[in-house]
Design a protein around this ligand. Structure first.
Ligand SMILES: *[C@@H]1O[C@H](CO)[C@@H](O)[C@H](O)[C@H]1NC(C)=O
Ligand SMILES: *[C@@H]1O[C@H](CO)[C@@H](O)[C@H](O)[C@H]1NC(C)=O
Ligand SMILES: *[C@@H]1O[C@H](CO)[C@@H](O)[C@H](O)[C@H]1NC(C)=O
Ligand SMILES: *[C@@H]1O[C@H](CO)[C@@H](O)[C@H](O)[C@H]1NC(C)=O
Ligand SMILES: *[C@@H]1O[C@H](CO)[C@@H](O)[C@H](O)[C@H]1NC(C)=O
Length: 621
């Protein structure tokens, strides 16, 4: 029965209405709704016509009504007929409306539209005998809200929260009708999703009848959201459209646990050596950054003191600091153990150890191998120097068949090619011991000197220990040592002997290791002419020079004799002599040729080579 009733009631009403309009002679047409902004004016048209155009009524009455909330009957706001047009007193519309009418219709103009004008307006046309009719229009009022204001949660939010946490709120105030708020993450709209995204909406009806909407976004953050931008957008109706306004975008301080830690050496660059200051830095991927605990693998139970929780300074380092170092977040949220690790190797070079140590005595002719070793963590290179010159490479030095020249200080320099700052050196002093060794001992020194002159004999001996020189001179009582010098390696003695007769002299150099003797013989030449100066000759080298000069002079003599022979015919003999005389006046150290002749015998010429300035040019013939 109830079903029948609900099914047939609309049909019944429809049929009645059809009948009623068939009888009525006036028809009213209105818009279903009219839209207007708050404060603007709104026009509500109402068209009417009479079905029987031939029988148009003389009298037409127009009335406008509104529906008022809380009242059963409608409130009239306007009345008009042929004789009068009247806006009702004491309504919301008194003084705010105007009605214009013509044959076809009437039009209600509302000034300064208010929010409460959002209601239904009725236009009623009454033609008395021609019947009456009315039309209805809903006036819709729009007020755009203020721009949305977004506010993020400023404290960090952890991704470990199990339910969505409030991360931001957004408010759009004073709009009409009620605006909507939509959330965006990186410009993509966020849809409510249980367990991930909740949107809580609070709508407030202000006393001014505006709507304010506040939306709170609850969101389950993930690590990637640290870089995400969130914004909200308000959407609202305006006449004939929907408009949107977006808020600023904000980012959220996302807290997430450390899942990875890295430890590295910040300084120094490259290899580390003892004495360096080493800075190790630890960094994790958690937010906010956490302080770390530093350990070394050999002493895991000891926490090392760090700077600002992320830097470990080791200064100065030694080889004992070589180890694997670790860093771990101080508060690890109970997550799986994460740590950073690195191997620190501190390189070193110990002082060089040279064998033999300090100094070593070796015998002449002996061999010796010296070694130089410096312990290092890296490959080293060793070079040996003596008197600033390189004498060897590698950590062993072979000294073969030692001579007195072998004597000296040997320095080994040890360097580390891969870490040039590491270097050291050591040294050994080699002393070659042996009997005296005289200079020019191979040959007896033979000299000739004029009787009565002094002759210098020189003797130089090497050896270790330093030899002493003694002289044994037979043939002259008149001699004395004029020079005696000694340095580390050499003894040098010069004796000045007066030639009285043939002399044989022995220079005897001796030390603990032996004796060596060098012989000199001086042949005394009887003085023939007066004041012929005799000079000493030293060493065998001088004799060779004398012999060579003798040969040269024989050639010159030949030409002199030729001129002398021709003296009578060609007057040029004196000039030849002068030539020799001129030549003889040369500077000191030049070799001077002295020619001595007996008065008439041209064959008895004595040639002498002397070293030094001869002050007797008159002795020339
Ligand atoms: C409205 O008030 C005015 C003046 O106060 C008066 O003249 C007029 O008759 C009133 N109209 C109605 C319909 O009461
Ligand atoms: C607001 O949201 C409701 C429900 O989704 C929708 O019907 C309405 O059209 C929206 N209004 C605006 C202004 O977007
Ligand atoms: C937000 O982003 C700006 C620039 O992109 C950045 O400087 C700021 O630190 C971020 N704030 C938060 C809480 O992540
Ligand atoms: C011998 O040597 C001494 C010292 O060197 C020197 O003074 C002297 O002149 C020399 N004598 C001769 C004849 O060369
Ligand atoms: C040389 O001197 C040493 C020591 O004074 C002595 O033993 C030796 O017999 C001497 N030799 C000669 C040839 O005079």
């Amino acid at each position: 029965m109830a079903l029948l009733h609900t099914t047939f009631l609309p049909l019944f009403l429809y049929i009645c209405l059809l009948n009623w309009s068939a009888w009525a002679k006036v028809e009213v047409t209105t818009d279903e709704s009219v839209e207007a902004y708050l404060g603007d004016s709104a026009q509500i048209p109402c068209q009417y016509s009479f079905t029987d155009a031939d029988n148009e009524p003389r009298f037409v009455m127009i009335q406008w009504f509104v529906r008022v909330a809380g009242r059963s009957s409608r409130l009239r706001i306007f009345y008009g007929d042929d004789s009068q047009q009247m806006v009702d007193n004491n309504t919301d519309y008194s003084g705010r409306i105007e009605v214009t009418s013509d044959q076809q219709g009437t039009r209600l103009s509302i000034q300064d539209v208010q929010l409460f004008d959002e209601r239904e307006f009725f236009c009623q046309i009454n033609g008395l005998a021609a019947g009456n009719a009315e039309g209805k229009t809903h006036l819709r009022v729009f007020a755009p809200p203020e721009a949305p204001v977004i506010e993020g949660v400023s404290t960090g939010i952890s991704v470990t929260n199990e339910v969505p946490s409030k991360i931001a709120s957004c408010e759009a105030r004073n709009g009409f009708p009620k605006p909507n708020i939509t959330w965006y993450r990186n410009s993509m709209p966020l849809m409510s999703a249980p367990g991930h995204v909740n949107v809580l909406i609070l709508v407030t009806r202000e006393s001014s009848s505006f709507y304010s909407v506040q939306s709170t976004l609850e969101y389950k953050l993930v690590r990637e959201d640290k870089d995400a931008h969130f914004s909200c957008e308000v959407s609202f109706f305006v006449p004939g459209a929907i408009r949107t306004v977006e808020s600023n975008s904000i980012n959220i301080s996302v807290h997430y646990p450390t899942t990875m830690v890295e430890l590295w050496k910040e300084s120094p660059q490259g290899l580390v050596k003892e004495g360096d200051t080493v800075e190790l830095r630890c960094q994790g991927d958690g937010n906010p950054p956490q302080p770390f605990i530093f350990n070394r693998e050999q002493e895991l139970d000891i926490d090392l003191e760090s700077n600002h929780g992320d830097v470990l300074m080791l200064s100065p380092v030694s080889r004992r600091d070589s180890d694997i170092y670790q860093c771990r977040p101080l508060d690890n949220d109970g997550y799986t153990e994460v740590k950073g690790e690195m191997q620190l190797t501190v390189h070193y070079l110990d002082p060089a150890v040279v064998v033999p140590k300090d100094s070593e005595v070796m015998l002449k002719g002996e061999d010796l191998t010296a070694t130089c070793n410096a312990l290092s963590s890296l490959k080293t290179s060793t070079v040996w120097y003596k008197d600033g010159k390189q004498v060897g490479k590698g950590n062993t030095l072979h000294l073969m068949d030692a001579t007195y020249e072998t004597t000296g200080e040997y320095i080994c320099e040890v360097t580390v090619p891969s870490l040039p700052a590491l270097h050291t050196s050591g040294s050994v002093h080699i002393i070659v011991q042996g009997g005296p060794q005289l200079v020019g001992v191979e040959q007896e020194v033979q000299l000739e000197e004029a009787t009565g002159r002094m002759v210098n004999l020189s003797c130089e001996a090497q050896g270790h220990p330093l030899p002493s020189i003694s002289w044994n001179i037979i043939g002259s009582q008149n001699w004395h040592e004029v020079e005696s010098k000694a340095n580390e390696h050499m003894t040098h003695s010069v004796v000045s002997v007066k030639v009285t007769s043939d002399i044989s002299a022995l220079c005897n150099a001796s030390n603990d290791m032996g004796t060596e003797v060098k012989a000199f013989s001086v042949k005394a030449i009887p003085r023939v002419t007066s004041a012929a100066p005799f000079s000493p000759a030293e060493g065998s080298g001088m004799i060779i020079v004398v012999i060579i000069l003798c040969l040269l002079l024989l050639a010159i003599l030949g030409s002199v004799l030729y001129f002398l022979h021709k003296k009578g015919k060609i007057p040029c003999g004196r000039s030849g002599k002068q030539e020799i005389s001129t030549k003889e006046k040369t500077t000191k150290d030049d070799i001077v040729v002295e020619m001595k002749t007996t008065t008439k015998n041209e064959d008895s010429v004595l040639l002498k080579a002397v070293n030094g300035d001869q002050k007797s040019p008159n002795d020339q013939v």
